[in-house]
Write a protein that binds this ligand. Structure first.
Ligand code: AMP
Length: 454
């Protein structure tokens, strides 16, 4: 997964972009980068690591300009390395152009093969590189170049593209990945999440529509058009479940509200369960647990202390360090859980390893009964549109029945939110709309997936 942002017509473009990237840090912790233009020659600065480590006064002072795009990366399709870090800046017949991409291009291998046959040279393993070649080979004005290039792509892409003072935003025809538009004084902002627009002082205006290209320059929307007739919308429902910040508006709905609703529906599904407390797994389980507690009238309790300083790769989990890793990140408060019948609420089970460790340490702290409630259905299929789900053989729900999972995780009960309830929770005005990609729960994909990827 990745986070992207673009800011134009602003003397503080680099600082605002860096602040936006900090807000989007949860979408990718492996690398971060900013490309700046509008004053001097286009320049890109990117490194491996966290935004706060890469961008400081010194590095930002070296990025003068009025328009910028930024990217944070969490590898899903290619190697995690500086060569694959974005934005990608190229110099081609159209001048200097930079691109930042969120999503996975599903016909990547087919297009790469076609380009290789034409003599193209590749230096990255990222799927975004094919877009750079397509841009370099297209003709016309910038908007036409972008439209012509992305018309050839299939799969998931939200893009911010920069050339001189022009900022372009685009979303694939299904709208898998988000892209929001905002305004800050005389500047427009594009961002994966509305929270980043608001954090930097802007106002969220709307989402870029599936299939839309928007061209922004000098604080004005120059043009907005559809590069292809939009297909039936398939926005990723996992954004609401897990990925997005709770203070974002995602596909027209507050993420916090959607998560509260997920918890309310879960409480209805589990109305026969008797428990003393409802406890979230921090942070994503928080609002679903709140919704559960309000509907069930079972007391909400915070039974975990989370250590925010534990990085993803602090310790590579080996058998004997498993408990240490789990306890370093989340530690149960014994006084809260000891002797209690608990409804534990989390967003999802992927491999099952995190849940197993959490439940083990809760039992160790004296939990009497654990009813595990998940605010989405069982994940049985990999994502080809940009969420990092492992291959099917590593997805616990693809290989075990719910009863087998319950036993393996040592639970008193295990309940997944039904797909119907999840769709209702994420839909606007409680209407059940066919707007979401739910392929990780159903195995039914809205686009063709080329064989090489499977
Ligand atoms: P596990 O079942 O051990 O693979 O871990 C599942 C937990 O990881 C969930 O409760 C989420 O909080 C989190 N999670 C879910 N999807 C992802 C993802 N694509 N990348 C990173 N973490 C995730």
């Amino acid at each position: 997964m990745c986070g992207i942002i673009g800011v134009e017509n602003n003397d503080s473009a680099a600082v605002l972009t860096a602040a936006g990237l900090l807000t989007l840090q949860h979408r990718g912790e492996e690398s971060a980068g900013i490309t700046i233009s509008g004053k001097e020659k286009m320049k890109t600065f990117k490194e491996m690591g966290l935004v706060s480590r890469i961008f400081n006064e010194e590095t930002l002072n070296k990025l003068p300009g009025t328009a910028a795009i930024g990217h944070v990366r969490y590898t899903t399709s290619a190697k995690s390395s500086l060569t694959n870090a974005q934005p990608f800046q190229i110099n081609c017949i159209h001048g200097n152009i930079a691109v930042a991409h969120n999503g996975n291009i599903t016909n990547f291998f087919k297009i790469k093969h076609m380009l290789l046959k034409k003599g193209a040279i590749f230096s990255h393993t990222s799927d975004t590189e094919i877009l750079l070649h397509l841009i370099a080979m297209s003709k016309g004005n910038l908007a036409n170049i972008v439209a012509d290039s992305i018309r050839k792509l299939e799969g998931a892409f939200s893009l911010v593209i920069l050339k001189d003072k022009t900022l372009i935003g685009a979303r694939d025809e299904h709208g898998f990945r988000p892209l929001a538009l905002g305004k800050l004084d005389n500047s427009y902002i594009l961002s994966s999440e509305s929270a980043a627009i608001e954090v930097i002082g802007g106002t969220y205006l709307r989402d870029i529509d599936p299939g839309e290209i928007i061209v922004i320059e000098n604080g004005r929307i120059k043009k907005s058009f559809f590069y292809k007739k939009p297909k039936e919308q398939s926005t990723c429902i996992f954004e609401q479940v897990y990925f997005s910040r709770s203070d974002s508006i995602m596909f027209g709905k507050s993420v916090k509200e959607a998560r509260i609703k997920m918890g309310e529906y879960l409480a209805c599904q589990m109305k026969n369960v008797k428990a003393d407390i409802v406890m979230p797994v921090p942070d994503t389980g928080y609002f679903a647990a709140l919704g559960f507690s309000r509907t069930s009238n079972i007391m909400f309790e915070n039974g975990f202390v989370r250590n925010h300083y534990v990085g993803r790769s602090f310790i590579k989990p080996s058998q004997n360090l498993r408990d240490l890793t789990a306890k370093l990140k989340l530690r149960p408060i014994k006084e809260v859980v000891n002797g209690k019948k608990i409804v534990l609420v989390d967003d999802s089970i992927v491999r099952g390893t995190t849940s197993k460790r959490l439940i083990d340490i809760l039992r160790e702290a004296g939990a009497k009964k654990i009813h595990f409630a998940l605010s989405c259905p069982a994940i049985i299929s990999s994502c080809y549109y940009g969420i990092d789900t492992p291959n099917k053989e590593h997805l616990i729900a693809a290989n075990k029945s719910i009863e087998e999972m319950r036993k393996y995780l040592d639970l008193d009960s295990l309940t997944f939110l039904s797909l119907d309830n999840l769709v209702k929770a994420c839909s606007c005005d409680n209407k059940k709309e066919k707007l979401f990609c739910t392929s990780c729960f159903t195995g039914k994909y809205p686009t063709k997936i080329s064989k090489e990827r499977i």
